[in-house]
Write a protein that binds this ligand. Structure first.
Ligand SMILES: [Zn+2]
Length: 219
């Protein structure tokens, strides 16, 4: 997850890009977007919209690699909403890579954020819950796994490697290491609020029209 941390630290450079300036203007207006940190432009990912033209999911953002997007086109499961300039060719056909696709059948979206590494980091604002560091982040089990601790929202906190090592297999009380905030299962609203602080590192301009939260989505 070094990428995600570097991404957060690199916010300054990110904000200089004209497209991102525009995006920040939107953010300032109460609109939020977020993209998974691992997305690379070379992968030509397609943003996946539900049949109502809203992203299928925000956290993580619903995106497919171009291979999956094209497969879905040929299986007639999606409409192409927007395209990259880049084309793929075979002897018998040529097509531009989709940058945005929409599902033909509506899928009821989940109201609960997925329990993922990225979402745990986002809940904890990419900050070690013990010392506040933003580097070398990992996870700590509050009740260690060796003592029966589960990998769940309420037992996992973001911790930097040094703190994780220091705490080891011991209980918070034994080592006097208390997390900044007790771990909890966040709502989409919680992640949405934190998502404003950590803008995306990859964003195709064709996605901008679809990446917003409207009031109806707020639980
Ligand atoms: Zn730490």
């Amino acid at each position: 997850m070094g990428d995600a941390v570097a991404q957060a630290a690199d916010l300054h450079n990110w904000a200089k890009h004209p497209l991102h300036k525009e995006l920040l203007r939107f953010l300032g207006g109460g609109v939020t977007v977020h993209v998974q940190p691992a997305v690379r432009a070379e992968a030509c990912p397609a943003l996946v919209l539900n049949a109502d033209y809203r992203p299928l999911s925000y956290y993580p953002l619903s995106i497919w690699c171009w291979q999956d997007a094209i497969k879905a086109v040929f299986l007639d499961r999606v409409n192409i909403v927007s395209e990259y300039d880049k084309t793929v060719r075979s002897p018998s056909f040529e097509m531009r890579l989709p940058s945005v696709v929409s599902l033909k059948s509506y899928v009821r979206p989940s109201r609960q954020p997925a329990f993922t590494r990225f979402n745990v980091f986002l809940r904890d604002r990419f900050t070690c819950q013990y010392c506040g560091s933003r580097e070398d982040l990992t996870f700590d089990h509050l009740l260690p796994r060796s003592k029966g601790g589960q990998t769940t929202w309420d037992n996992v906190v973001t911790a930097c490697s040094p703190c994780n090592l220091r705490k080891g297999d011991r209980l918070a009380g034994d080592v006097e290491m208390w997390p900044h905030q007790p771990p909890f299962a966040p709502s989409l609203h919680d992640l949405h609020r934190n998502g404003r602080l950590f803008p995306p590192n990859y964003l195709h301009e064709s996605w901008l029209d679809y990446l917003y939260w409207d009031t109806e989505l707020e639980p």
